[in-house]
Design a protein. Structure first.
Lengths: 155, 155
DNA sequence: CGGCTAATGCAACAGTGTAGCGTTTGTCTG
DNA sequence: CAGACAAACGCTACACTGTTGCATTAGCCG
């Protein structure tokens, strides 16, 4: 759900980076994905577009995009990062992690009002709200394999 | 901050597990830590107590504790799991991840009132609220090395 | 005590991410 | 347009986290 599919090359150039094939392709892939995708998924998408996808270069490209505010990094449930493109909209929404297929979804509509007062000494960088469960395209009720579930969130 | 430092052996036996040296030692370490610690930290603590700490056994022991509701798994910022002991109190609080030292703190006092309505189709398992920044024992203001920071959480 | 099985420990492996370094290639200047 | 400089690439090798298989050990129960 890219709000406005801006020109990747222009965005990259605007940040003072060199406009390379990998960068524009990766950013374009992220824009098209519309949800945070893993390094692997990006690689597959690059394959489909016939763009080289060296593993290391891909990592560095994604890191570059993140450090230049063109992408965001979300921790996935399988200890792999997910990346999603950032237009010029604020990235302040929750994420949903599917326990079954491992995909991550942005919950744009969810703007939690977190009234948080941190204990003294803690300096806040950012907050992250994530939900875990089963996504619409995965079968089954709540899984009951690994211990007990807690179907409650807020008191 | 273990509410009541119950006897690890008794807790383990109560779940129908065999009371072994590794298990009791690991659970005891978790109780003493009072915050989610990594597999590595557990290993170091076991060393200090003169208990064997085979890597694989440690992983399996921790997983066993988690699957029997004696411990909780928290995703760390460095893609390593952190584990903390669970007495009989509910584990419904936020976590603070220090960007510098990587430690994770339980924010017991923080009971966020999340009024979340998931889009239809999503089935919720659990929710997690995490904060990232600098902990009291780490130096410096908010780091400014990797891109721009967002010092705001809630609108 | 004796036996059954859970739990252990060892080795080997898989996936994710990083470091070093020589080569390619944008981009800028003349 | 040509040349040069540095950013970006791509390769190899590596580190770390976590897993699988399997033979061995050791709780627990009779």
């Amino acid at each position: 759900m890219p709000e406005r599919p801006q020109d990747p090359a222009a965005l990259i150039a605007a940040r003072g980076g060199r406009v390379t094939r990998t960068r524009t392709a990766v950013l374009s892939v992220l824009f098209d994905a519309g949800r945070p995708i893993s390094h692997d998924e990006v690689g597959a998408a690059l394959d489909a577009r016939g763009v080289s996808h060296d593993r290391v270069t891909l990592y560095r490209t994604l890191d570059w995009l993140v450090s230049h505010d063109l992408a965001h990094k979300v921790a996935g449930p399988d200890r792999a990062w997910r990346f999603n493109a950032v237009g010029d909209e604020e990235h302040r929404h929750a994420h949903f992690h599917c326990d079954l297929c491992g995909r991550v979804f942005c919950l744009e509509s969810l703007q939690p009002a977190i009234a948080a007062t941190l204990p003294s000494g803690f300096r806040l960088g950012r907050a992250e709200l994530s939900f875990h469960g089963l996504c619409p395209s995965c079968p089954g009720p709540l899984r009951s394999d690994a211990g007990h579930n807690r179907n409650k969130i807020a008191p």
